[in-house]
Design a protein around this ligand. Structure first.
Ligand SMILES: Nc1ncnc2c1ncn2[C@@H]1O[C@H](COP(=O)(O)OP(=O)(O)O)[C@@H](O)[C@H]1O
Ligand SMILES: NC(=O)c1ccc[n+]([C@@H]2O[C@H](COP(=O)(O)O)[C@@H](O)[C@H]2O)c1
Length: 195
C-alpha cells in the first residue's frame, strides 16, 4: 500500500520539524517539500500590497511538485533509492511519502493526491515571533508579515475551508514531542486499519 501524508499549514507552525521527526520514525519514508518548488525570484510578482508575492500559490511551480509526487506513486522504491533512502523492494510493503508545505491543499491535484491531510495552526502573535528569528534565503522586508504573509495565510485557509477538503487540524502551540506523538500514533492506527 502507498500512503501520502500531507503536513500543511501556517508558516512557522512547525511543519518541517514534525516532518523530520516522522521521517526518522516511519521506515523507508520519503519527503517532498513545497519550498523546493518556488519559482526563481525574478518571476515573483509585486502585488497591490507593494510586496513581492511569495505567499501565493502562483509563486510555486505546482505542476512540477505534482509531477514529483506522481513519480513517487509510479515507483516508490526507485524514487526512494534515487533520493538516498534505503528501501527493500518487497511486494506489498507499505510505502509512505510525506508532502510538506504551507499551501498544499489550495491546489486540488495536490490535495487529492494526499491520502491523509494535516493542517498546523498557530496564532498571529506566535507566528510573528517565530518568523522573526527565521533566516529565509530572501529576508522578509519590514512590514511583510502584517502586510502580506498573515493576510495571505487567512485568505488561503478560508479558500481551503470553502473547498471542503477534509483536514485534521493540529495545534502548533503544543510541544514538538506532543505533536509528533499525536500524528505518529494516528498514522500508525490509520495504516493498521487500512491494511
Ligand atoms: N511545537 C513547537 N513549539 C515551539 N516551537 C516550535 C515548534 N515546532 C517548531 N518550532 C520552532 O518554530 C520555528 C519554525 O519551525 P519549522 O518546523 O521550520 O516551521 P514551518 O516548517 O512550519 O515553517 C523553528 O524555530 C522551530 O524550532
Ligand atoms: N524558500 C524561499 O525561496 C522563500 C523566499 C521568500 C519567502 N519565503 C517564505 O516561505 C514561507 C513558506 O515556508 P514555511 O512554511 O517553511 O515558512 C512563506 O511564508 C514565504 O514568505 C520563502
Amino acid at each position: 500500500m502507498k500512503y501520502i501524508i500531507g503536513i500543511g499549514g501556517v508558516t512557522n507552525g512547525g511543519k518541517t520539524t514534525l516532518t523530520r521527526r516522522l521521517l526518522k520514525s516511519l521506515p523507508a519514508s520519503c519527503v517532498v517539500h513545497q519550498d523546493d518548488f518556488y519559482k526563481p525570484q525574478d518571476q515573483i510578482e509585486v502585488g497591490e500590497d507593494g510586496f513581492k508575492q511569495w505567499d501565493v500559490i502562483t509563486a510555486i511551480d505546482m505542476d512540477s511538485m505534482v509531477n514529483t509526487v506522481k513519480a513517487w506513486l509510479e515507483n516508490p522504491v526507485k524514487f526512494a533509492r534515487s533520493h538516498g533512502v534505503n528501501v527493500s523492494s518487497n511486494p506489498g510493503e507499505t510505502q509512505i511519502l510525506i508532502v510538506e508545505g504551507f499551501l498544499l491543499y489550495n491546489n486540488k491535484m495536490m490535495a487529492d493526491l494526499c491520502t491523509h491531510r494535516y493542517y498546523v495552526t498557530i496564532p498571529a502573535s506566535e507566528c510573528k515571533k517565530r518568523r522573526s528569528s527565521r533566516n529565509y534565503t530572501i529576508p522578509d522586508p519590514p512590514g511583510l508579515f502584517e502586510g502580506h504573509v498573515w493576510p495571505m495565510y487567512l485568505k488561503h485557509k478560508k479558500e481551503m475551508e470553502d473547498s471542503s477538503v477534509e483536514v485534521v487540524y493540529l495545534d502548533g502551540l503544543k510541544s514538538k514531542d506532543e505533536l509528533f506523538n499525536q500524528v505518529y500514533e494516528e498514522i500508525q492506527n490509520k495504516l493498521l486499519n487500512c491494511s
